[in-house]
Design a protein around this ligand. Structure first.
Ligand SMILES: [Zn+2]
Length: 482
């Protein structure tokens, strides 16, 4: 596989420290609120990457942290604590907030067919690891205590700007709005490893340490958790592009200073999901969550399909219209797969193998997922029997995870039992076997009958936005997904 490495800014052949085995680390969510679909884009693409590596024959150990302490509202070492902010907003304890939003995160992941990593570790579980690392850094002269906090000394590094697409001037602490300079720091890029003093309101979770009762900085947790579960040599570190600086830069600084050798070879960053007005965030515009998508009638897997159609290193523009188009295309794809006959012939293993090879080569070019999706359409047109084409689609879906075969089988079944839902007044609704849609179509029929055409049109538009087309019939109405 060839993968773009943010650390070298080049596309490189993917290699691992131990042949055939991948140690993979993912920065997990800060569990103070629901994840927005922009955050989830990163997790979808990382999930595809992990599944691709397994499909290519690697054995993968994937580790993810859950940030339940120490993440401040600014990614520098200033600002309010995000967890504390969440707890205050909802009148709950920090641990209640962490539990609630951790569960919510994994529910979203399940809906998006995102596999849970092999190891999921809450930051609060590894305090001893952080203390050990911070103590060693002080012993090695790479960290210092000032004003009650422990800071990493960036002046001891040969090179700090690892992901060097940043302009040093832009990053100068104190220049950015709302960020006050921390006078304890010896160098402007130094960052906190352990807090005992924060100029903001103190948070509830604290632990004893050689430097006083306090809590870890955000960056140290990823180093601690990765060293604990991935070992000293990390092959692949993933995260959203906004984690590159300062979070990942600081992870590299402290990990390599602690280990005394290079730490992680390949860095994989997923770019932003933008709305018409810029980068998506929790504080700006509509708060887009998976639940909101579902409320509006979208299948979460349509969103996964939408993400797979574009490259992870390009900003993706989200709009309801774009999502409606993706949902339409996804449902059409499922319909075409449902039209294949599983009883048509025996599976031709050579054809399956051939497509697997093609998929590995095409998607293996810097995780080109849109080529993977294109290949699905090629399979549909392939001169092979139904059983073979279905077997190929099943293989490729191990990586893409679009539930292609299960959805197609369900549709086949629904069509076999071609639903007829009868309403009052003898209205017969013919559709694809979705009671929620049947109910809306019936409501429209009643509105029309009562000559409330405004309401009837409103429901028709709502159905249209969901990709459902309604036609009137002699007995009632018929609908289909378009
Ligand atoms: Zn991290």
């Amino acid at each position: 596989m060839y993968l773009y490495n943010s650390a070298t800014r080049k596309k490189e052949e993917f290699t691992t420290h131990t042949p055939g085995h991948v140690e993979m680390y993912t920065c997990g969510p800060t569990v103070y609120h629901y994840a927005h679909i922009g955050n989830l884009r990163s997790y979808i693409m990382e999930d595809v990457l992990e599944k691709y590596l397994r499909f290519a024959g690697y054995d993968v150990n994937r580790v993810m942290n859950i940030t339940d302490v120490g993440h401040l509202a600014s990614d520098a070492d200033t600002g309010e604590d995000k967890m504390l902010k969440g707890a205050k907003r909802e009148h709950k304890t920090v641990m209640e907030i962490a539990k609630f939003y951790t569960d919510a995160f994994f529910e979203d992941c399940e809906k998006l067919n995102i596999k849970t990593p092999d190891v999921v570790e809450p930051a609060t579980n590894c305090i001893d690891e952080y203390i050990k690392i911070v103590s060693t850094l002080i012993e090695k002269g790479r960290a210092y205590v000032a004003g009650g906090n422990v800071y990493f000394d960036t002046s001891t590094l040969d090179r700090y700007y690892i992901f060097n697409d940043h302009d040093e001037e832009d990053l100068a602490v104190g220049v950015r709005e709302g960020v006050e300079e921390d006078l304890n720091k010896r160098n402007k890029n130094d960052f906190v490893l352990w807090f005992t003093k924060s100029k903001f309101e103190d948070q509830a979770l604290k632990w004893d340490s050689p430097w006083g009762v306090g809590y870890p900085g955000w960056h140290i947790e990823c180093t601690g958790i990765s060293l604990k579960h991935n070992g000293e040599y990390l092959d692949l570190h993933c995260g959203g592009i906004d984690n590159a600086f300062p979070h990942h830069t600081n992870e590299i600084a402290q990990s390599e200073a602690y280990l005394g050798h290079p730490w992680c070879k390949q860095w994989f960053h997923v770019h932003h999901l933008n709305t018409g007005s810029g980068k998506m965030s929790k504080s700006k515009g509509e708060f887009l969550t998976i639940s909101l998508l579902e409320e509006k009638g979208y299948d979460p897997l349509s969103y996964r399909f939408f993400c797979l159609q574009s490259h992870y290193r390009k900003a993706l523009v989200f709009s309801w219209e774009n999502l409606t188009n993706a949902q339409g295309a996804y449902q059409k794809l499922i319909r075409r797969i449902a039209a294949l006959d599983p009883g048509d012939g025996d599976t031709d293993a050579a054809v399956v193998e051939d497509y697997k090879e093609k998929f590995l080569a095409q998607v293996g070019n810097d995780l080109n997922t849109s080529m993977g999706v294109t290949l699905l359409y090629d399979v549909l047109k392939a001169p092979a029997n139904g059983a073979t084409r279905l077997a190929v689609l099943d293989e490729l879906d191990q990586v893409l995870s679009l539930s292609l075969l299960t959805k197609a089988a369900a549709l086949r079944q629904a069509e076999a039992a071609r639903s007829t839902a009868s309403g009052a007044d003898g209205c017969v609704i013919t559709g694809e076997g979705d009671p929620a849609v049947d109910a809306m179509v019936l409501a429209r029929w009643h509105a029309k009958k009562a000559k409330n055409f405004q309401e009837a049109d409103r429901i028709r538009d709502e159905l249209k936005a969901m990709g459902v087309e309604v036609t009137d019939t002699r007995e009632g109405a018929a609908w289909r997904r378009v």
